[in-house]
Design a protein around this ligand. Sequence first.
Ligand code: BES
Ligand code: MN
Ligand code: MN
Length: 471
Amino acid sequence: MASFEDISKEIEANQTKFIQRLRDAVEIPSISAEEAHREDVCKMINWAQELFESLGVKCEQKPNGTQTLPDGKTIQLPPILFGQLGSDPNKKTLLVYGHLDVQPAAKSDGWNTDPFQLIEKDDKLFGRGSTDDKGPVIAWANAIETMQKLKVTIPVNIKFVFEGMEESGSEGLDEVLTANKDFLSDVSFTCISDNYWLGKKKPCLTYGLRGISYYTIEVSGVSQDLHSGVYGGAIYEPMNDLIWVMSKLTTVHGQINIPGLDKLVAPVTDEELKTYETIDFDHDDFRADVNAPKLLKSTKHELLMNRWRFPSLSLHGIEGAFAGPGAKTVIPSKVIGKFSIRTVPNMEPKAVDELVLKYLNDIWAERGSPNKFKPISLQGGRPWVADHDHPNFAAGKRAIEKVFGVAPDMTREGGSIPVTLTFQELTGQNVMLLPIGSCNDMAHSQNEKIDVANYINGTKVLAAYLLELAA
Ligand code: BES
Ligand code: MN
Ligand code: MN
């Protein structure tokens, strides 16, 4: 049988082909947040089905429900792609999850190149979805294809769940999975490659994610936008109210002002504190990467804990506010403020919603404005932590050692993948995150990329992991 060395060489020899695959995928603008791109999300799911079917994966698209847009219109959610490779009762079954949708992107946002064309430059592959999450999904296909080509027996059955709504809160996915519990009944472990290394050189395995609770606050006053020269000084302005409310959510040092929220957070243990000491992470590099003048915390462990295991509150935008260039002297009649809280164990979404809505209503009362105020909580995602003292993580660790010659750091993450806890609950088995991209891949941002080396070595790690799962 071919050795792992042979697999590695074969993956390297197919670099051009694998990059072309990613190029084809990036060219489909599968933006889940935009109704106009819903067809592209479906096209992307068909594309993935074709790719995995070419490897002998039995695929089925499970219909999802409908989505109600903010304007009340209802549209179809994209289907969930289920796949299965092998059904040997003597083998264990691995579940692989990934998402095929991407964040919105436009060249005018400040991209150096067209976000939906894959550009190879300086050994990096630029394009929306290159690292989040098309690259990692395709890396699974590349790994399997290579093993099949070299006639290497894959020692586990593999099941796949690929969705097209992750970037919009994975709408409908929990329901589809719950309705198809049977599909998950024989799963022994789950692996998700949809996050990033902590730094640029050292790989990691991830055992925790924050959840997210998302809110909008609508303030409305008059029936249409008005001239500030004519109505300024006459009316209660909605945007002034909104900004005042939003400014009361956090302190300058990022502390959340919502009473009771900190009491929901699981306490830090001494044992946990120790784990931060050995992690390879440089506070100042992290700061310099984004050119921040100063960070909220000055030590490595405080900063990591603030990113991974304490909640944070971010303001995201104001719908209806004038945002164009130039000086427009308008009074917006209705504005919608948006913010979210990254949540951690043991913050239950319902308990968080109650505290947030109570606080918003309390400060609104304090404001004393006659305008209309409507706070709303949108669908979010739950936080997740796993036990990393587990054979699944041990296999991931050996796979990384095989490819990189170093043991990975064990990390948590500040971002969210809503379905993670659902898989852990529905299968009753361990879930591991195995990232292949680097910390500076700029997911969601301008000039998202994945390094060629990460894409290729990541493909090797996934192949190694499949072999190690049975070792
Ligand atoms: N791949 C990310 C999740 C992620 C981000 C993990 C950063 C670790 C670090 C995922 O695609 C994502 O962006 N999730 C959204 C979920 C939300 C829309 C419910 C997020 O975290 O904002
Ligand atoms: Mn992702
Ligand atoms: Mn994302």
